[in-house]
Design a protein around this ligand. Structure first.
Ligand SMILES: [Zn+2]
Length: 172
């Protein structure tokens, strides 16, 4: 689910750290003895931890739900570990939907973490809609290198939904 054939290294690396609970979230900084503010900079209210950021937070749960819907999955947001387990069960094949779910999950974790860091270290913040747009643009760009995609009705529907040319992807 993390280091799959279509993974983007920098996205998967952050996703891997998030799964291990190794990102420098504010709850961990507090546990290390730093007397820091622990409030989430994304929703301005929650206690920042891995489970809050991915995806209990009101700001990030919206992002993940919109991105997931673009993959064709209309399901409520769960936490990152639950999403990974769900993907392991439901996204085992090479279909576009499975590829999209894995890639979108990694991209969402990466860009949410980047948005959080931008707000803390550069005082620059974007609306959730802008973060969603960035995630979708980046995933769409990576889709253009995909090959060996069958011309199933579901695949064609998803390719068109993402605004790509069917002939660009369907090489088998
Ligand atoms: Zn939050």
């Amino acid at each position: 689910m993390v280091w799959h054939r279509w993974h983007i290294p920098r996205w998967s690396f952050i996703q891997w750290l998030a799964l291990l609970g190794r990102l420098a979230t504010k709850d961990r900084l507090r546990a290390w003895g730093l007397d820091n503010d622990t409030s989430c900079v994304l929703c301005q209210g929650g206690f920042e931890s891995h489970s809050h950021l991915f995806f209990e937070c009101s700001f990030t749960s919206i992002i993940w739900e919109v991105v997931k819907a673009k993959c064709g999955f209309v399901l409520p947001s769960r936490d990152l570990m639950d999403e990974i387990h769900w993907g392991l069960t439901h996204c085992k094949d090479c279909s576009i939907q499975s590829r999209l779910f894995k890639l979108c999950l990694a991209a969402s974790v990466y860009y949410i973490w980047k948005e959080r860091n931008g707000r803390i270290f550069q005082q620059i913040g974007y609306e959730s809609t802008s973060v969603v747009r960035l995630i979708l643009e980046e995933v769409k760009a990576s889709m253009t290198s995909w090959r060996h995609v069958s011309r199933s009705a579901t695949n064609i529907c998803l390719i068109l939904k993402w605004g790509l040319n069917v002939d660009l992807l369907c090489t088998v």
